[in-house]
Design a protein around this ligand. Structure first.
Ligand code: OGA
Ligand code: NI
Length: 331
């Protein structure tokens, strides 16, 4: 699995600036949906998550069964890592690959963060070299959290499958069952006085299938819908579910791959813990035959996941080139 937001951060490898700045008004009336997973009416739940996936491609879940204490431990461990002196963080620094720690304060207004990225599952792809040894509880907490995230991801994919009139396992199978790759990125966004600009994470959709994210209490994540940006309300212990490009492609466009971005705060450190779920590189991904037909032809070509990634990154390069040629220098 690649760390998509750690591509070359020159302007030629990101969605064009015009796309990132599109529709700068913040929405007021509508809100990113919140789904309570503790309701006993499962059909209702299925309708809720499907509606949120069709209309928004992002929603928050509460009462999801992950112990609050474990979520707190994950956050404490992450914060303790980023609070270490630079030289200690460098112990797990990236070495040309995607895994490891990196300071990323060179991207101008596009990306401004420190982050740690490493794989979590399946066990065969884990490289503990990039997991911090300090704080000492990091590994145990992260492994425990991963188990819960995997269970929650499969539950959500199960409901989404049922809502599409498919067997419960359909979407999990479509991304390779237990071969699907889980990876954690801890984003650390220091305070910045320029937070009216999109410093932090530039607008993007996630390349994989689905991501489950927990933020610290500092708001900043925004979702794009109907040409507007919407702030996500912070809900203690909620998990944010973000649908990526592959679920859109697998469902032939029924589910949205939400365009989202993260702003940093003027005063406080913002940290977020997304776990990305994606198929293996050599898995072939395209619209499920059950979801296409004469009246609904495939809208996307079936591609190996690695070829999809190549195409997307090349697409950014082209877009960047266009915007460099078109955008006045003052922006
Ligand atoms: C990401 C992402 C948002 C955030 O890492 O892909 O969208 O809130 N992060 O940090
Ligand atoms: Ni993202």
């Amino acid at each position: 699995m690649v760390d998509e937001r750690d591509q070359d951060t020159s302007s030629s490898s990101l969605p064009s600036l015009s796309k990132q700045l599109a529709g700068t008004t913040l929405g007021g009336s509508a809100n990113v949906p919140v789904v309570d997973l503790s309701v006993s009416d499962e059909e209702f739940l299925v309708r809720e998550v499907v509606k949120a996936s069709e209309e928004w491609g992002i929603f928050q879940v509460v009462n999801h069964g992950i112990p609050t204490e474990l979520m707190q431990q994950l956050q404490v461990a992450g914060k303790q890592f980023f609070d270490l002196p630079e030289t200690e963080k460098e112990a797990v620094a990236k070495e040309g690959g995607f895994e490891g720690y990196k300071r990323n304060y060179l991207g101008g207004i596009d990306n401004w963060d420190e982050h740690l990225f490493h794989r979590l599952s399946p066990p065969s792809i884990i490289n503990y070299k990039y997991w911090p040894k300090n704080p000492p509880q990091y590994r145990e907490v992260t492994e425990e959290y991963t188990k819960h995230i995997k269970r929650l991801t499969e539950m959500i994919l199960g409901w989404l499958s049922e809502g599409l009139d498919l067997p419960r396992v359909a979407l999990t199978q479509s991304i390779g069952d237990d071969t699907a790759e889980y990876a954690l990125r801890i984003n650390f966004y220091p305070p910045t006085k320029h937070s009216e600009l999109t410093i932090g994470a530039a607008a993007h959709s996630d390349m994989g299938a689905i991501a489950l994210l927990v933020p610290n209490e500092v708001p900043g994540l925004q979702a794009f819908k109907d040409e507007q940006w919407f702030d996500l309300n912070y809900i203690n212990s909620a998990v944010v579910v973000i649908l990526g490009d592959q679920l859109m492609r697998i469902t032939n466009g029924r589910f949205k791959n939400v365009f989202h971005r993260a702003k940093s705060d003027r005063e406080r450190v913002r940290i977020s813990w997304p776990i990305f779920v994606a198929p293996r590189d050599d898995m072939s991904i395209g619209p499920l035959p059950e979801l296409t037909g004469d009246d609904n032809p495939p809208k996307f070509e079936t591609l190996l996941y690695k070829d999809y990634i190549d195409k997307k990154i090349k697409g950014w390069a082209l877009e960047g080139l266009h915007s460099l040629l078109k955008t006045p220098k003052t922006i």
